[in-house]
Write a protein that binds this ligand. Structure first.
Ligand SMILES: *[C@@H]1O[C@H](CO)[C@@H](O)[C@H](O)[C@H]1NC(C)=O
Length: 316
C-alpha cells in the first residue's frame, strides 16, 4: 500500500481514519446513517417545496436550493469515504482527487453565499416587511442563488487548478478522508506560498465575509423581534433565529478554523474531526433546523400525506 517516493504520479492514498482501526466499522455505520438521513431529509424538502403552493415563496426557493446543494455536497465526499472505511484499498486517482477538490470547493463556496442570501431574505422579511415583496422579488432571489453558484464555481476552478499544477514528489498519502487543499499542500514539493495566500484570501471572502453579513442580519432581526408586542410571536421567532444561528456558526466556525489558522499549527487529526462538522453534520442538520421544526413545512408534509393516502384508498 505504501508508495512513498515513486516518481510518477498515478494517484493518492486517502488515509482517512486508518490510524484508529478498531473504530472503522463504527465510523462506517454512523456515517452511513448520517448520509441516508441527509439525503432523505433534503429530498423531502425539495419535494414538499415544489409540490405545495403555500411554499412557493423566496424563502422556500432558497431552502430548496440549499437542500439540493447539500445533497450534492455530501455525495462528493461521503460515498468514497464509506468505501475507504470498509476496504483496505484507499487509493484515489489523480483526476479523481482533483475532481473531489474541485466539487467540494465549488459546492462549499456556493453554500457560504447561499446561507448569506437566506439570512438577507429573513432580514428583509422581518425588519422591512412592507418592502419585502418588492425587494425580494423573483428576479432578485433567483439572481442571488445563481450568483452564489457561479461564484463558487469560478473560485473553485482557479483555486483547484493552482494546487494541481504543483509537483507532488514526496509522499502520496493524504492524511485526511477527502482531497482537501490544506493536506494536499503539505505533500507538494514546489513553492506553495502563493497557494497559501490563495487559501487565506478565499477563506476571508467566502467564509469570514458572508459570516459577518449573517451575524449583522441576525443582530437586526433579533433587535426587531425584541421590540415585538406579542410575547408568543417573540418567543417563536427567537427560537427559530437561535437555531439558525447555531448551524450557521457550526458551519462557518469550523471552516474558519480549518482554512484560516496559521500553517504552523497544522494537526491532521484535529482537522479531520473539524471537517466532519461541515462535510457531514451541517448538511444533515440544515433540513431539520430550517424546516422540519417549522409549522408551514409540517403543514405541507401532512397535506401531502393525506393526499397520497386518499389516492391509495379511493372512496368506495
Ligand atoms: C437553484 O438556483 C438556481 C439559480 O437561480 C436555479 O437555476 C436552480 O434551478 C435552483 N435549483 C433548485 C433545485 O431549486
Amino acid at each position: 500500500m505504501r508508495r512513498v517516493n515513486s516518481t510518477t504520479i498515478t494517484g493518492f492514498i486517502l488515509l482517512g481514519f486508518s490510524d484508529i482501526p478498531s473504530l472503522q466499522h463504527l465510523f462506517f455505520l454512523v456515517f452511513l446513517v448520517t448520509y441516508i438521513v441527509t439525503l432523505a431529509g433534503n429530498l423531502l424538502i425539495i419535494v414538499l417545496t415544489l409540490a405545495d403552493p403555500a411554499l412557493h415563496t423566496p424563502m422556500y426557493f432558497f431552502l430548496r436550493n440549499l437542500s439540493f446543494l447539500e445533497m450534492c455536497y455530501t455525495s462528493v465526499n461521503v460515498p468514497k469515504m464509506l468505501r475507504n472505511l470498509l476496504s483496505g484499498d484507499k487509493a484515489i486517482s489523480f483526476i479523481g482527487c482533483a475532481m473531489q477538490t474541485y466539487f467540494s470547493f465549488f459546492l462549499g463556496g456556493s453554500e457560504c453565499f447561499l446561507l448569506a442570501s437566506m439570512a438577507y431574505d429573513r432580514y428583509v422579511a422581518i425588519c422591512k416587511p412592507l418592502h419585502y415583496p418588492v425587494v425580494m422579488n423573483r428576479k432578485v432571489s433567483t439572481g442571488l442563488a445563481a450568483g452564489s453558484w457561479l461564484s463558487g464555481l469560478l473560485m473553485s476552478f482557479g483555486h483547484t487548478s493552482m494546487v494541481f499544477i504543483l509537483p507532488f514528489c514526496r509522499s502520496h498519502e493524504i492524511n485526511h478522508f477527502f482531497c482537501d487543499i490544506p493536506p494536499l499542500l503539505k505533500l507538494a514539493c514546489g513553492d506553495t506560498s502563493r497557494n497559501e495566500t490563495a487559501v487565506f484570501m478565499v477563506a476571508m471572502s467566502f467564509v469570514t465575509f458572508p459570516f459577518m453579513l449573517i451575524l449583522m442580519s441576525y443582530v437586526f432581526i433579533i433587535s426587531t423581534i425584541l421590540r415585538m408586542p406579542s410575547g408568543e410571536g417573540r418567543r417563536k421567532s427567537f427560537s427559530t433565529c437561535s437555531s439558525h444561528l447555531v448551524v450557521v456558526t457550526l458551519f462557518y466556525g469550523s471552516a474558519c478554523i480549518m482554512y484560516l489558522k496559521p500553517n504552523s499549527s497544522y494537526s491532521p487529526d484535529t482537522d479531520k474531526f473539524l471537517s466532519l462538522s461541515y462535510t457531514i453534520i451541517t448538511p444533515m442538520l440544515n433540513p431539520i433546523i430550517y424546516s422540519l421544526r417549522n409549522k408551514e413545512v409540517k403543514g405541507a408534509f401532512w397535506r401531502m400525506v393525506r393526499r397520497r393516502s386518499s389516492v391509495l384508498q379511493p372512496e368506495p
